[in-house]
Design a protein. Structure first.
Length: 341
């Protein structure tokens, strides 16, 4: 059952990538061009540090998969790409491992193929502290993601319908995990109120996980006999909106959801992200072109990101936050409605 779901998610996510019109709210963020702001490329470093975590690059492969034979092979390729390019990588939800320890290899391959990389375990918000520790231990994780996905669970035929235990359980996991805990949405976005709540629970970092890329309401509708929650497609805040909403967040934020190109990475960093996660775009490249294509894509993105920082006069990703930005369209309306200057 779980293995089938994991295979369905991959298939439907890639179909969605192929059908997407390519636009999202990152298009409503642009940099004011300053013709003499440029630096020397050798002055630019991509390193980022946040919440006690340090990365060589501000880009990571975000949570996707594991739990079936096919998704184990995908995890192996993702891990090889992470190892070759030096980007951090997150596992897909490890619930399948708690239910069926025989699928452990489909997750532990993330560490096997990437022995020195930064690897993040992933669990849901009902996971016991013991199981969270097992997940971290299996892949020798450097951090733990807890995904929060009430909309996905609701549309998922076999999903959870009770969510009130999540807040106290996140607090327990954050206290007991032994590694930094990152709470992430799966594409509907974290509001500033939610980020503030998470900070109070001992969560170290929030991955805003906004709308604009993979849409799990659409994916789960595709797994129902009738797509009877079709109206939930497009639910939530875009990643750019979440970043603007979280300007004064008490904990560092990561950005993911709808990142299509290096310019989106630069936009997200300029809007305050400490790092930027990509799932659907990289999955599509891997399945279309194989691991060599994914390695080439990530290498190009890192190279072009450094080039963009050079043009924009930012020595580091954090320095991009001083960029002059223009906010257009509906994103501008969002800012007005939420009282954001
Ligand atoms: C995901 N995502 C996800 N997230 C999570 O926390 N645990 C998981 O198990 C999964 N599984 C999963 C499978 C597949 C096939 C995809 C494409 C994605 C969600 C992912 O981490 C991310 O939040 C969203 O996909 C939005 O980012 P993109 O795809 O727009 O870059």
């Amino acid at each position: 059952m779980i293995a089938q779901r994991k295979d369905d998610h991959v298939r439907l996510a890639v179909e969605q990538q192929q059908q997407h019109d390519g636009r999202n709210q990152f298009d409503e963020v642009s940099f004011v061009h300053h013709a003499l702001a440029g630096l020397d490329r050798t002055d630019v470093s991509l390193t980022t540090a946040f919440g006690g975590i340090s990365w060589q690059v501000p880009l990571y492969i975000n949570a996707m998969t594991g739990g079936s034979e096919r998704t184990g092979a995908i995890n192996r390729d993702l891990a090889v790409a992470a190892h070759e390019t030096g980007v951090p990588i997150a596992s897909g939800s490890m619930s399948a491992y708690f239910k069926d320890p025989d699928c452990a290899d489909t997750f532990s391959v993330l560490r096997k193929e990437n022995p020195d990389g930064f690897v993040i375990a992933n669990v849901n918000a009902t996971t016991s502290v013991d199981n969270a520790l097992r997940a971290v231990d299996l892949i020798q994780a450097d951090a733990l993601q807890i995904h929060v996905n009430t909309v996905q669970e609701t549309v998922m035929p076999e999903g959870d319908r009770s969510f009130s235990s999540w807040v106290p359980q996140i607090e327990r996991i954050a206290a007991g995990a032994g590694v930094p805990v990152i709470v992430k949405e799966v594409g509907f976005g974290l509001s500033r109120e939610t980020v503030r709540l998470l900070a109070g629970l001992g969560v170290r970092v929030a991955d805003l996980g906004g709308r604009g890329g993979t849409d799990f309401a659409r994916i789960e509708n595709g797994r129902r006999e009738l797509a009877d929650y079709a109206y939930l497609t497009g639910w939530g805040q875009s990643t750019a909106a979440c970043l603007l909403d979280a300007q004064d967040a008490p904990i560092p934020v990561l950005a993911s959801g709808g990142v299509r190109q290096p310019l989106d990475v630069a936009r997200a960093l300029a809007l305050g992200a400490s790092g930027v996660g990509v799932s659907g775009t990289f999955l599509r490249t891997l399945l279309d072109g194989g691991v060599a294509a994914l390695i080439a894509q990530i290498s190009t993105w890192l190279d072009q990101l450094a080039a963009l920082l050079t043009v924009l006069g930012a020595r580091t990703p954090a320095a991009l936050r001083h960029s002059d930005l223009l906010i257009h369209g509906e994103l501008r309306d969002f800012c007005a409605d939420r009282g954001i200057d």
